[in-house]
Design a protein around this ligand. Structure first.
Ligand code: DGJ
Length: 545
């Protein structure tokens, strides 16, 4: 094992490591943007992340993790999202232990899985629990925040200069090591910087350093951003800014008004500067895309009462202006309002990537909405190794998306959309070319009858228009019917075939006619069925005269 690792290291230093250093063209792993559409590219090929995030402690023991790798393959995951723990990476200041990271990369590569690394650094869910003990026990060097009564919190201050330097150093060491061992293989494709940064239990820090900055003029970079993006800011910020006179100069309170909302903007700026400095230090060693994630607040709760100032939608201008080294902002979903939050996150050209979603049965449906409608970079339920009744359904949805990946990411379509039925809606309708496509929840479970929303299993799918009159329809638990937008024409199914893509080859299965397409009326997938069907339509005059 040691010999193998030494050989890999020497090989990668001779090849990947040097290549990475000498690289002048675009990075091998990068975010490509075409208009509003963003794609993750790995070795010049687009990649859709069908992922799963490990529970927090699972990557601290490779023995614990061992039985799960094959399970991930069976679930058709192509990527595992796994933490790297600062306390275990640098248990003694300046002494790094890369054993866990190496094993993680080895195991993932052996199972042909990619990795997203989560840097559990200065902050993890607001707290600083993953910082090494040599930092936690030295509050003079590494200052902590306090609550409104002045009680010290296990949360490092964003203004601690030595804290930032220590984080940058550790993160840079991690990225340098990943480059050395993995730049030739590209197992590691993304890195999340910190985890759910968020201020608690106040909206901003109240130390002397923080107070001085809060009273000073807003940073010059923010002034420049406000001037440049005056017409493109998110409405939540514009409203506050304009209501206070639309100034580009002055203290935080003068520009945005006094109160907790402005305090949150202030704290967001300094969190973002911190995360940016960490990301930039890492990218200098190994340039892969990096993102930050956020815990979504409950509606109506004031800043300070939820983890505040993280990369939240109402703060996205602050984060984007302060953190150019961060490639995007991601939401973590533990609430059911998928559409509401996704709509907020795709503003300001922010690509959508969902690193965490509560792992219940609905994820098998939601993934179609996220990929089909939002053209997301990827999707990933949380605690993917846990025993869950959602594993099998998610695996089936991932299998469909794995097959369709070349079509989706290769943009071999005229149009694409995704939808879910989660008990809130039973039908939806989309326009594609000269068709209106009506989608309706379809329930074949006998116990789910009677129209009770609580008994509705979540279902969903996507529609891909591959030609003027040709569509790929995929998913579970719905019917799709097609109508011509020209009132003078009626549309009917010319053919409907089951399709499977095996090694990229299209293999036709059953011709879905008769009972399967309700005698030509619509395309149909039962609640417990998953599939892809290729539909061709023909049109005739509405009037028979
Ligand atoms: C969100 C965090 O980002 C995860 O690390 C984990 O703590 C989950 N919450 C637990 O629900």
């Amino acid at each position: 094992m040691i010999l193998r690792r030494a050989a890999v290291l020497i090989f990668s230093i001779l090849t990947g490591g040097l290549v990475a250093k000498a690289q002048t063209g675009p990075p091998a792993i990068r975010l490509d943007r075409r208009g509003d559409f963003a794609q993750l590219m790995i070795d010049n090929r687009p990649f859709l992340i069908l992922g799963g995030e490990l529970g927090n402690s699972s990557a601290s023991s490779m023995d614990y993790l061992r039985p799960y790798w094959d399970h991930f393959r069976r679930m058709h995951l192509n990527t595992v999202i796994a933490p790297v723990y600062w306390e275990l990476l640098e248990p003694i200041e300046g002494h790094f232990n890369f054993g866990l990271v190496d094993s993680l990369i080895d195991e993932a590569a052996r199972h042909e899985l990619r990795l997203v690394l989560l840097w559990f650094g200065t902050w993890k869910n607001s707290m600083s629990c993953y910082a090494p003990l040599w930092m936690k026990t030295d509050p003079r060097r590494f200052p902590r925040t306090a609550d409104s009564a002045g009680r010290s919190q296990e949360i490092f201050s964003a203004f601690g200069k030595e804290t930032l330097e220590a984080d940058k150093k550790a993160f840079a060491a991690l990225m340098r090591h990943v480059r050395d061992v993995d730049a030739a293989k590209h197992t590691v494709i993304l890195v999340q910087v910190e985890n759910e940064i968020g201020m608690l239990p106040t909206a901003r820090e109240v130390s002397a350093a923080a107070n001085a900055r809060y009273a000073a003029k807003i940073p010059a970079e923010l002034t420049a951003y406000l001037k440049k993006n005056r017409d493109g800011l998110v409405p939540e910020l514009v409203t506050r800014w304009v209501a206070n006179g639309g100034r580009t100069d002055g203290s935080w309170g003068e520009v945005f008004g006094q109160g907790v909302a402005t305090e949150e903007l202030f704290q967001a700026w300094y969190y973002a500067r911190y995360a940016n400095a960490v990301a930039a230090a890492g990218k200098k060693e190994y340039n892969v895309p990096m993102y930050v994630n956020a815990a979504l607040p409950r509606p109506g709760v004031l800043p300070g009462k939820y983890p505040s100032a993280g990369p939240l939608p109402h703060l996205m201008d602050l984060w984007q202006a302060a953190a150019p080294a961060i490639d995007w902002l991601s939401p973590d979903f533990y609430n059911p309002d998928t559409r509401y939050w996704c709509d907020l996150y795709v503003r300001n050209r922010n690509p959508l990537f969902i690193p965490e979603m509560r792992f219940d049965r609905t994820v098998a449906a939601k993934v179609f909405l996220v990929v089909g409608h939002y053209k997301a970079l990827g999707f990933s339920p949380f605690s993917i190794e846990s025993e869950s009744e959602a594993s099998a359904p998610l695996g089936k949805s991932y299998y469909l998306l794995q097959q369709l990946s070349p079509v989706i990411t290769g943009r071999k379509w005229l149009d694409m959309d995704g939808f879910i039925f989660d008990g809130r809606n039973r039908t939806s309708s989309i326009r594609m070319g000269h068709y209106t496509i009506t989608l309706a929840h379809y329930n074949t479970l006998p116990w789910a009858g009677g129209g009770k929303d609580s008994l509705w299993g979540a279902t969903g799918g996507l529609v891909i228009q591959t030609g003027e009159d040709e569509f790929l329809v995929a998913g579970t638990g719905f019917v799709a019917s097609f109508a011509n937008t020209d009132p003078g024409k009626v549309s009917n199914i010319a053919s409907c075939d089951e399709v499977e893509y095996i090694d990229g080859r299209e293999v036709l299965g059953r011709r879905m006619n008769g009972d399967q397409d309700h005698q030509g009326r619509h395309v149909r997938f039962g609640t417990e069925e998953w599939g892809i069907q290729k539909v061709r339509l023909y049109n005739s005059p509405r009037s028979i005269e």
